[in-house]
Design a protein around this ligand. Structure first.
Ligand code: HEC
Length: 162
């Protein structure tokens, strides 16, 4: 019993002996508290960066992809076979990048004879069609041309992330 009542002071004396800055112990406590906050904050921000990306699958809906196929036929198919946008070449060029990269590239360079010629909504629809061709699955969400939202969506899959 006596050991219990003396343990507190004994431990704090021991800590004090180890702590070279014992006279300014309050200061050292503040530093420790700040370090603890940092330790808590850093993983949290790293985590929020990690969760700042979502997969392509589920980021668009089936209706968009169907309309995208029509838009593709109207605006792209005169120069491109759908298969031009799939397979190893697609994975090599685009896996690890975001839907924003894809959207911006297509919007600023295609159709080759009229870059930027489609509405943002049609570019988004065409892109959802191409994503579906690449095996990504539609979900309930509707994809928009909002650049921040597009930047959060990473092309790839769990086994081939960057
Ligand atoms: C007038 C012809 C023409 C039209 C119409 C056209 N493109 Fe292209 N596109 C090209 C040419 C030429 C290239 C370069 C081909 C190459 O790199 O071998 C290209 C390249 C691309 C690429 C780059 C391939 C890659 O993955 O790196 C994408 C993506 C693309 N086009 C998408 C589209 C989309 C989407 C549309 C419809 C909105 C479209 N293109 C309409 C001619 C066209």
């Amino acid at each position: 019993m006596g050991t219990v009542s003396h343990a507190g002071p004994a431990v704090s004396r021991a800590l004090c002996a180890l702590d070279s800055a014992c006279p300014s112990r309050n200061f050292s406590i503040v530093i420790r508290a700040l370090l603890l906050l940092l330790a808590l904050a850093l993983p949290a921000s790293a985590q929020s960066n990690g969760s700042a990306t979502r997969p392509v699958s589920g980021s668009f809906n089936g209706d968009q992809a169907i309309r995208g196929e029509s838009a593709f036929k109207a605006f792209c198919a005169s120069c491109h076979e759908p298969t031009f946008h799939t397979g190893e070449q697609f994975r090599f060029s685009w896996y690890g990048r975001t839907l924003y990269d894809y959207f911006r590239t297509v919007k600023t360079t295609m159709p080759e004879d009229n870059p930027g010629g489609l509405s943002d909504d049609d570019y988004v629809r065409v892109i959802t069609y191409i994503m579906k061709l690449n095996g990504f699955t539609p979900g309930a969400d509707s994809l928009t041309s909002d650049s921040l939202a597009l930047k959060r969506i990473r092309i790839g899959d769990s086994t081939r992330s960057p």
